[in-house]
Design a protein around this ligand. Structure first.
Ligand code: 5AD
Length: 348
């Protein structure tokens, strides 16, 4: 216990631990240490963002994907997945609805779908930014070329989310088919940063084959990369994948990691993810209390939501539904936090 406390204090002070120290902290978790860690993370978060929670309107533009990631329900090889694509008109009407509800960031997320060419996306981005100059647009559309990222940035995209999935190449290979490249994924992240995006990386907690050593490597990666955003959520099995019988990640471990990541990089924008809300009724509140400061409710059309099934029982109603913002506000108020109508840029 004492050594863990010392490690948390060291992390709080220096924002860095060795790989072995991270692993020690992960392997020797206890509810006492988790509480101690959470208090430090909360303190740091309040120094940067007070009690403010930023909201992002998530628009799932397509579930068509050329990749075949072993864990993912919308992987290209899943013949049971009913595919859809949103048109420009559909997407703009999601933005309109979101703006009225008080969202000032729109996240366009989708599988790697060749339908969404640079020219389609640039034209869409220009329209969104012209209509809502006070809003940020985040893209989450997977790996693209440097030139493509550059064009999209010039057309108005502000942020990009691309989870690195695993900083260990050995684990990355166990979670992805042979034609996917760990190196290219990391290159994409550095390309995005160089171009000027606010960039988000991230990984799943409790994925098959994942050990605490692998997670320690993720934490070292985050230390070096200093992402503006970091999306982590529990792995949840999907019935149409090879991992269908694997066990899900836990709220407890995900929250422990949220606190650590807050201490590694104090200004990071950290979402309490949908996956966290899916495995537990109060998952999102637990995430916020552990140091998260972002939630991303769903603005997609209702029929699209069911089809964007990354894992079993993925929530898209209730608190995940952007229309229920009032209820979300109420829940966060109960634990002392306030949802704000704000672009919510990272504090530099
Ligand atoms: N469980 C949890 N998260 C998943 N993702 C994909 N499939 C799953 C799953 N079965 C995450 C990946 C991806 C993001 C869009 O969703 O990390 O980057």
């Amino acid at each position: 216990m004492n050594k863990s406390i010392q490690l948390v204090d060291k992390l709080y002070k220096f924002h860095s631990l060795t790989l072995e120290e991270y692993q020690y902290l992960l392997d020797n978790r206890s509810s006492e240490i988790a509480l101690y860690l959470r208090k430090k993370a909360d303190k740091v978060r309040r120094e940067y963002y007070g009690n403010k929670i930023f909201i992002r309107g998530l628009i799932e533009i397509s579930n068509v994907c050329k990749n075949d990631c072993l864990y993912c329900g919308i992987r290209g090889g899943n013949v049971n997945c009913e595919r859809y694509r949103l048109s420009e008109k559909n997407i703009l009407s999601c933005c309109e609805n979101g703006y009225e509800l008080g969202f000032r960031t729109f996240v366009l997320q989708g599988g790697e779908d060749g339908f969404y060419t640079d020219s389609f996306l640039c034209s869409l981005l220009k329209k969104i930014k012209a209509k809502y100059p006070d809003c940020a647009v985040t893209l989450s559309l997977g790996e693209r070329s440097y030139e493509s990222y550059k064009k999209l940035f010039s057309a108005g995209a502000d942020r990009y989310l691309l989870r690195h999935e695993a900083a260990s190449e050995e684990l990355y290979k166990k979670l992805h088919p042979e034609n996917m490249s760990y190196r290219n994924r990391i290159k994409c992240l550095y390309d995005l940063k160089e171009i000027g995006y606010q960039v988000g990386c991230g990984f799943m907690v409790g994925a098959p084959f994942q050990t605490t050593k692998h997670i320690a490597e993720d934490l070292k990666f985050i230390e070096g990369f200093k992402p503006d955003m970091c999306g982590i959520g529990p792995f949840i099995p999907h019935k149409d994948t090879v991992f269908k019988n694997e066990k899900a990640g836990s709220v407890e471990f995900t929250c422990f990691l949220l606190s650590i990541i807050r201490l590694i990089h104090p200004p990071v924008l950290l979402p309490a993810t949908t996956a966290l809300g899916t495995i537990s009724e109060n998952g999102r509140e637990e995430g916020i209390l552990s140091g998260a400061n972002v939630v991303m409710p769903n603005l997609s059309p209702t029929d699209a939501r069911e089809k964007y099934s990354l894992y079993d029982n993925k929530l898209s109603t209730g608190l995940e539904n952007a229309s229920n913002k009032k209820e979300l506000e109420e829940r966060f108020k109960n634990i002392g936090f306030e949802i704000v109508t704000d672009k919510g840029d990272v504090k530099k």
